[in-house]
Every structure is written in structure tokens, then in C-alpha cells.
Design a binder for this molecule. Structure first.
Ligand code: DAT
Ligand code: MG
Length: 154
């Protein structure tokens, strides 16, 4: 289907610790994105470093890696038309205090270093990150009965 994209979403350790897993997942679910992978896990140092490789060398990089490895996370692989931009808009901008009300970060967070969620930022990174966090056999290929009421071309 046209513009069918994949995105990797993480509910970061603060979201898990604060009991916001259901709240956060439900926003993506209600948006219409189709779940294709879901797991609850601790993040190894290696995975954290690979995931945040583009930020290596930046002043906030060590804090970023220690934050994502500080407790369990929920990883979601989602699929949908324009999934990258749609999910980014549902998340809100990186700095929670500047994020619009109605977004996850704008409704639930205050600080950039406790910003609750990760979402892939491009179609290419969506594919790469889903492959980094999920083995092929962990991804579920399925047809959702409601797809044709959400994806016009389905
Ligand atoms: P996003 O998570 O919105 O995709 P990003 O990819 O630019 O943002 O950065 C990844 C994470 O790094 C972000 O969620 C929080 C942290 N971060 C980014 N820029 C930062 C900064 N200037 N100071 C502190 N932390 C920062
Ligand atoms: Mg990013």
C-alpha cells in the first residue's frame, strides 16, 4: 500500500516506572497504527549504544545511554500509512515542556531527559530500528479486520 511505513516505538524506563505503558500504547493503537511487534525487556549496553549511535560524541550521549538502560522498556513495532510522521506527532516534540497538549510528551512529561517515548524519525530509520530491536520471527504479519476503515486503500 502507498506510504505504508514501519516505526519503532519505545516506552522508555520512566514511562514503565510511572505506570504509563497502557496509556502510551493506547494512544498509538487508537491512532490506527497496526501493531506488528511488542515486547517488554531490559536494554543491554550494546543495544543502547547501537540504537543511539548517531548521538555518540554529543554531551548528552552518556546520560541518554544510562537513561535507556536504567530499567525495563516496552518496544513496539508499528505499521501504517505515514506511520513515521503520524507517530512523531502523537509523541510531541523532543522537549516535553515545549510539546503540544494532546501529545504524549505534552500531556505526560516536563523534561527532555525524561521524555517517555522514542519513535523513529525517518522511513529508513524505521526499517533499521525495527530490525535492530526485533528478530524477523518476532514480527507478526497479519490482516486486521478493521484495516479498510483506517487505510483507505486496504
Ligand atoms: P527524539 O527522541 O525526539 O527523536 P532526538 O533523536 O533528537 O530526539 O534525540 C534523542 C534523545 O536524546 C531525546 O529523546 C532526548 C535526548 N536529547 C536530544 N537532544 C538533547 C539535548 N540537547 N540535551 C539533552 N538531551 C537531548
Ligand atoms: Mg530521535
Amino acid at each position: 500500500m502507498h506510504n505504508m511505513e514501519r516505526t519503532l516505538i519505545l516506552v522508555k524506563p520512566d514511562g514503565v516506572q510511572r505506570g504509563l505503558v497502557g496509556e502510551i500504547i493506547s494512544r498509538f493503537e487508537r491512532r490506527g497504527l497496526r501493531l506488528i511487534g511488542l515486547k517488554f525487556m531490559n536494554v543491554s549496553q550494546t543495544l543502547a549504544e547501537e540504537h543511539y549511535a548517531i548521538h555518540r560524541g554529543k554531551p548528552f550521549y552518556p546520560g541518554l545511554v544510562s537513561y535507556i538502560t536504567s530499567g525495563p522498556v516496552v518496544a513496539l513495532a508499528l505499521e501504517g500509512t505515514n506511520a513515521i510522521v503520524a507517530a512523531r506527532n502523537t509523541m510531541g516534540v523532543t522537549k516535553c515542556h515545549e510539546a503540544a497538549p494532546g501529545t504524549i510528551r505534552g500531556d505526560l512529561g516536563l523534561e527532555i531527559g525524561r521524555n517517555l517515548v522514542h519513535g523513529s524519525d525517518s522511513v529508513e530509520n524505521g526499517e533499521k530500528e525495527v530490525a535492530l530491536w526485533f528478530r524477523p520471527e518476532e514480527l507478526v504479519s497479519w490482516t486486521r479486520d478493521v484495516d479498510r476503515w483506517i487505510f483507505e486503500g486496504a
